[in-house]
Design a binder for this molecule. Sequence first.
Ligand code: NOJ
Length: 532
Amino acid sequence: MTEDWWRHAAIYQIYPRSFADGDGDGVGDITGIRARLPYLRELGIDAVWLSPWYTSPQADAGYDVADYRDIDPLFGTLADAEAFIHEAHDHAIRVIVDIVPNHCSDRHPWFQAALAAGPGSPERELFWFRPGRGEHGELPPNDWQSNFGGPAWTRVPDGQWYLHMFAPEQPDWNWDNPRVREDFERTLRFWLDRGVDGFRIDVADNLVKDPNLPDVATLPDGAVMPWGDQEGVHEIYREWRKIADSYPQRAIFVGEVWLPDPVRFTRFLRPDELHTGFNFAFLSAPWEPAELRRTIDATLSTHALVHAPATWVLSNHDVPRVVTRYGRAQTAHTWESSKTAHVADLALGTRRARAAALLTTSLPGSVYVYQGEELGLPEVQDIPEELLADPRWIRSGHTDRGRDGCRVPLPWSGDAPPFGFGPAGSTPWLPQPPGWAALTAEAEADDPGSTLSLYRSALRIRHAEPDLLGEDMEWLPSSGNVLAYRRGRIGCMINFADPPVPLPVGAQVLLTSEPVDGDLLPTDVAAWFRLP
Ligand code: NOJ
């Protein structure tokens, strides 16, 4: 384990609610995760990132934190978490935990105290409380909209309004207040003391707000939004970086920063700020060679400005699963398209997602695998409406089905739900499609043609080939329907269209995403090979 492991790590995202349920209550937990560590080791990943496991009323599946320094009983205890961190390390797996600094839960004791203390109190200064507009203060203080739909302000009984960029149960912290800063630094140290190797920072660019809280309707086109990407946010991360660097494990940060401008994005990755950030430009790109190449080039050139490694991400717990997205007519990710179900050719999507797996695991930088991606799970597009749990569904007035379709509990074994997710007879919190029997980890483990076997092979080769862990990458000459590049002596080629294309002369094939006939690469197939 070298110090710069994070520059080329393969990181697996665990969504604890849906990973493995040890106690049979239908929701995944730390006991379940511990039991699956051998699976993760065999997969060949270097680290896991866990979505929040903290004390939470679960209004937004744990992204509404009531106590940052304890574990929700749904998932276990602090002792379970500590045991898990140790055991993961014993399996040579590093642990990245989620930190949610933009907002907390409305049940957080400090927000409860702010409600009780009333207008003008120091307690309210920790959040964004403001009087309303209109004759009787009956209108929100400004025109900001919540990311989940509806106004970003909720009124409390004494007439003031508080800001929440997400659900009303998620009040935004006021980062201009030193107590907020101190408390988060305490939280960082709390988990660093327990041996974590990094933090994934939720909505990392949103912490600092323009204190004038201007209406966005008044801003010129192209203006930086007053709730995000403010200059002051960088100072916070410089302080955090010093704390992380002061620990022997040299913990790392990965930022969730959705910014359209790649240069502004990489400002978060300057050498004294965050180590890495999720590549949402790549996640959003269509399955189209010119667009992918443009995105890869833009990623590498902008990251080089700050000497930060890129990340390669196909999906996460917020967006439709890649097998389904790549099987739709529109293969780009947009928030608009993810609101509803769309017809998808899953055979086509699976073929493309398998080729994409060989793309993401062979580009320079670190790669993320969202749980279930390695099994080729599709989005579940037909969860009955009455079972939808994502706040987006209600907050959008039932126009956005939300993100539950990618959060369905994993199938581990057997022929029927709960597919080993929990003990026999337990009922997973979201229903699993009966057709997932062929997609269980157990079914795929022994099938050399499965997506699980493909991921295992790719990660094994990645580790064994120093050229794949370096920084060099060079495009190889190819037609417009093909992406081809070399990483030292290893080559990768993907054909996106008919007709099949020949591999370079003398190429010695290491791995292909589908069986190939001779040296001809069919449509939507990727190959890795050793160059002569
Ligand atoms: C981003 C997280 O990934 C998402 O799941 C959550 O709803 C929002 N941030 C709010 O915390």
